[in-house]
Design a protein around this ligand. Structure first.
Ligand code: PAF
Length: 282
């Protein structure tokens, strides 16, 4: 398994594979891989001949007081997981390989980044958009695969690729859940003791919302559903950051459910672990 740290070496490898007529898919990650990430590798293999997994904990997408320093890092374990899942190459640059001392560019998405996680994490999506654009330019993939758990991120990157005419196809891959419903996330590692049980409030509140959508009279008013979702999260002891029903393309809040409705929730568990989850409603 090749591991490149140098952007130049990485780009040369991709150019050479393209010259051989091979297609390439990129799975961008910040490491600390779980089955959700590994399912992205499987998805990437459905689309391309070769799969690159990038591992880079991107400082630009962490705000002041967020968990950049604490973010779990386990490069050796990640490399063996990636190898056993059948990816072809790992790109694991150092921070200075991505941001040298003269770095000063920022890619900023406006409307799609303004609400939900964007409203609660100022600058986060600028950091994501900038690093993802750099990763695309360095690895030169034909496809890039992102998890649907980070739904707003996926919408933003899809828009970014369209707006900047980046020649690749963005693929969304379904959320992978633990058997009890908790959406897999690298941040689940922070959950201690009873917090693991409390964290189920996200998937449980979403399941309840889906039940209500099925059972309530039509046309459905979202207010009642959102009140119930927030009540379930609060009753578990977690703190709701947001719970909204939005249009899956525009991420604009909806008052009535339709075929584009998606429920998105974010909550803090035990006052320190911020988790997100979502589901299409119909
Ligand atoms: O979803 C993530 O892990 C990160 O936001 C990404 C896309 C790898 C960019 O740093």
């Amino acid at each position: 398994m090749k591991i490149f740290t140098s952007p130049e070496q990485m780009g040369e490898w991709s150019n050479a594979r393209h010259r051989e007529g091979k297609t390439i898919a990129l799975v961008p990650t910040m490491g600390c891989l779980h089955d959700g990430h590994l399912s992205l590798i499987d998805k990437a293999k459905e689309y391309a001949d070769l799969v690159i997994v990038s591992i880079f904990v991107n400082p630009m997408q962490f705000g002041p007081g967020e968990d950049l320093d604490a973010y779990p890092r386990q490069l050796e374990i990640d490399c063996s997981l990636i190898k056993s899942r059948g990816a072809d190459l790992i790109f694991a640059p150092a921070e200075t390989d991505i941001y040298d001392s003269s770095f000063q560019t920022c890619i900023s998405i406006t409307k799609l980044a303004s609400g939900l996680c964007g409203a609660n994490r100022p600058g986060h999506f600028d950091g994501v958009a900038t690093v993802v654009t750099k990763l695309f330019n360095i690895t030169r993939p034909d496809f890039a695969v992102f998890g649907q758990k980070d739904f707003q991120q996926l919408a933003i990157i899809t828009q970014l690729v369209k707006d900047l005419n980046i020649p690749l196809q963005v693929i969304g891959s379904p959320i992978v859940r633990e058997t009890d419903g908790l959406a897999m996330s690298s941040r689940n590692k922070y959950l201690v003791g009873e917090e693991r049980q409390t964290a189920l409030c996200l998937s449980q509140s979403i399941a309840r919302a889906k039940e209500l959508v099925r059972d309530l009279a039509v046309p459905q008013d979202v207010t009642e559903i959102i009140v119930e979702v927030k009540t379930i999260i609060a009753a578990s002891g977690a703190t709701v950051e947001y719970a909204e029903i939005v249009d899956r393309k525009t991420l604009v809040s909806q008052q009535q459910i339709d075929s584009n409705s998606i429920i998105v929730v974010a909550a803090k568990i035990g006052g320190h672990v911020r988790l997100i989850d979502n589901s299409i409603l119909q």
